[in-house]
Design a protein around this ligand. Structure first.
Ligand SMILES: [Mg+2]
Length: 117
C-alpha cells in the first residue's frame, strides 16, 4: 500500500468530523473517543479471555476502523497527516529495533526516557 493512501482516508474521515470552531472541545472528543474505542476492543478481549465468549473478528475489525477515525481526527487537530504519523512511527521503530523486535532491546531501552511500544 502506498502510505499516502492514509492521507486519502484522513480526508474522508474528516468529512464526518464534528464541525466545531472549539479546538479544545475537538481535542477532548478526539482523545476520549480514541480511548473509548480502545476500551471497546479491550472489553471484547476481556469477555473472550475471561468469560468464554467467542472472538468476534468482524467486531474487532470494525473497532479498529473506529480507532483509525479518531486517530485521523486527532492528527488533523495536530496539523499533521496520517502518512507523516505513520512515517514517524516506522522511523522510530526502525531505530529502536533495527533487526526486528527483540525482548532484550525492549527491556534495556532506557526506562523513563522513551514512551510507547
Ligand atoms: Mg466503536
Amino acid at each position: 500500500m502506498d502510505i499516502t493512501t492514509l492521507d486519502r482516508y484522513q480526508m474522508e474521515a474528516m468529512r464526518t468530523a464534528a464541525n466545531s470552531d472549539n479546538a479544545d472541545m475537538r481535542l477532548m472528543v478526539a482523545s476520549l473517543g480514541l480511548a473509548g474505542e480502545a476500551g471497546e476492543v479491550a472489553d471484547h478481549v476481556k469477555k473472550v479471555m475471561g468469560h468464554g465468549h467467542a472472538l468476534d473478528r468482524d467486531y474487532v475489525v470494525e473497532e479498529l476502523g473506529d480507532l483509525m477515525w479518531y486517530v485521523a481526527n486527532l492528527a488533523d487537530l495536530m496539523n499533521v497527516s496520517l502518512s507523516d504519523v505513520a512515517t514517524r512511527n516506522i522511523e522510530k521503530l526502525k531505530a529502536r529495533y533495527p533487526d526486528g523486535f527483540s525482548a532484550e532491546r525492549s527491556i534495556n531501552r532506557g526506562a523513563g526516557i522513551e514512551h510507547g511500544v
